[in-house]
Design a protein around this ligand. Structure first.
Ligand code: ADE
Length: 355
C-alpha cells in the first residue's frame, strides 16, 4: 500500500472509534455545517456548542437567516467575538437565496465567492457536506502536518503555508475527504496537542517524521505575533429617570452592530473624568452633571488589551445628538441586558448592580 493510502486508512479507522459526538456531526445539512465551521474559526469547540445550538434553533435555514433582523442575529452571536463573521454569514445567506435558490453551492470555488467564506471554510463545507476532495488547514491541522513532515520553517511563512496546504490536499484526495479532514482536526485537538502530545496513542505515529527524529515538542515553529497593545477607554452608566442609555455601533469595524454603554477612548495624559465628559459631548452632544467612578473592566481582544474605566453619571437635560453611533435607546435596567451586547459591554453593564 502507498504511504498516503496507509496513512488515510489509519486516520479513518482511528476517527471512527474516537470521534467526539458534536452537534454538527449529527447532520449532513450543508447550512448547519457552514454555520458550525464559521463559529469554529478562532473559537474553541466547548465555547461554540451552546451558541451553535441556540443559533440553529432560532435560524434553522438559510432563508430564516437571510430574513432575520440584524439585532436578533447579533444577540445570538454576542460573546462569540469576531462579529464580522455573523454579518458576513447573513450577507452570504442573502446571496444564497437570491443567486442559488436557497441551496448552498456545492463546490469550494462557488462557496469562496460568498462573503466571509475563505479557503478554510470553503474546504471544510465542500468536503464535509458535499464529499469534495478539498483540503482544510486550521491551527490544529497545521500542527499535525508540521510534525508529520517535520517541517522546521515558521508555519506562518508563505512557503510553509503552501507546503501545508499541498500536504493537506494530498491527504484529502482519497475516499471520505470530509472524514479525513475532520480526523486531522480531531487528532490535533485531542492527541497531537501543542504541549505534551500523546504520541503513543497516535494512529500516525509510524508515519510521523517528528516522532522519528524526537523533535515533536519543538514543532511547529511559529513566529511570535507583536505584543498586544494596551488601550484605555471610559464608559458610563448614564442614568435618566431610572433608565440607562445604550448606544449601537455602526456596522463594520470592531464590534460593529453591537450595543454598548456610551463612552470612548481615553487620550494620553487625559484624566478618565475628562475623557468621559469629552466623549459624551462629542459622541452624543450631552453634558454631564456628575461622574462617580465605579471601577475598571479589563478585556482581552485579539490585538488589544483594554482597560475600561466605568462611571455612573447624570446627564444634563437635552436631547441626544448622535455622532459615531447609529442608534441609541434609554432602557429600563432589565431591558438593557436583553440587547445584543459585546462581551466587554456585558461586563460593564454588571456595574448596574451597584447603582
Ligand atoms: N474545528 C473546526 N472544524 C471542526 C469540526 N468540524 N469538528 C471539530 N472541531 C473543529
Amino acid at each position: 500500500m502507498k504511504p498516503t493510502a496507509a496513512l488515510r486508512r489509519a486516520l479513518l479507522a482511528w476517527f471512527r472509534k474516537n470521534r467526539r459526538d458534536l452537534p454538527w456531526r449529527r447532520t449532513r445539512d450543508p447550512y448547519a455545517i457552514w454555520v458550525a465551521e464559521t463559529m469554529l474559526q478562532q473559537t474553541r469547540v466547548q465555547t461554540v456548542i451552546p451558541y451553535y445550538e441556540r443559533f440553529m434553533a432560532r435560524f434553522p435555514s438559510v432563508q430564516v437567516l437571510a430574513d432575520a433582523p440584524t439585532d436578533e442575529l447579533m444577540r445570538h452571536w454576542a460573546g462569540l467575538g469576531y462579529y464580522s463573521r455573523a454579518r458576513n454569514l447573513q450577507a452570504a445567506a442573502c446571496q444564497v437565496v437570491t443567486r442559488h435558490g436557497g441551496a448552498l453551492p456545492n463546490t469550494a470555488r462557488e462557496l469562496r465567492a460568498l462573503p466571509g467564506i475563505g479557503r478554510y471554510t470553503a474546504g471544510a463545507v465542500a468536503s464535509i457536506a458535499f464529499d469534495r476532495r478539498e483540503p482544510v488547514v486550521d491551527g490544529n491541522v497545521a500542527r499535525v502536518l508540521a510534525r508529520l513532515f517535520a517541517l522546521r520553517e515558521d508555519i506562518r511563512a508563505p512557503a510553509a503555508q503552501k507546503r501545508l496546504w499541498s500536504e493537506a490536499a494530498r491527504i484529502a484526495s482519497g475516499a471520505q475527504p470530509g472524514a479525513l479532514n475532520e480526523a486531522l482536526m480531531e487528532l490535533g485537538a485531542t492527541i497531537c496537542t501543542p504541549r505534551a502530545p500523546r504520541c503513543s496513542d497516535c494512529p500516525l505515529r509510524r508515519h510521523c517524521a517528528a516522532r522519528a527524529a524526537g523533535c515533536q515538542a519543538e514543532l511547529p515553529v511559529k513566529s511570535r505575533l507583536a505584543p498586544r497593545r494596551r488601550v484605555e477607554a471610559v464608559a458610563a452608566l448614564l442614568l435618566r429617570g431610572g433608565r440607562v442609555l445604550a448606544v449601537r455601533r455602526p456596522p463594520g469595524g470592531l464590534l460593529g452592530g453591537l450595543w454598548e454603554l456610551p463612552g470612548g477612548p481615553r487620550r494620553r495624559r487625559e484624566s478618565p473624568d475628562a475623557a468621559l465628559a469629552r466623549n459624551l459631548r462629542e459622541g452624543l452632544g450631552l453634558a454631564i452633571h456628575s461622574a462617580e467612578p465605579l471601577g475598571a473592566v479589563r478585556h482581552e481582544f485579539t490585538h488589544r488589551l483594554l482597560r475600561l474605566h466605568m462611571f455612573r453619571a447624570q446627564a444634563a437635560p437635552g436631547r441626544v445628538r448622535r455622532a459615531g453611533f447609529d442608534a441609541h435607546r434609554w432602557c429600563a435596567k432589565r431591558a438593557a441586558a436583553e440587547l445584543p451586547l459585546s462581551a466587554v459591554a456585558r461586563k460593564a453593564l454588571a456595574f448596574l448592580e451597584l447603582c
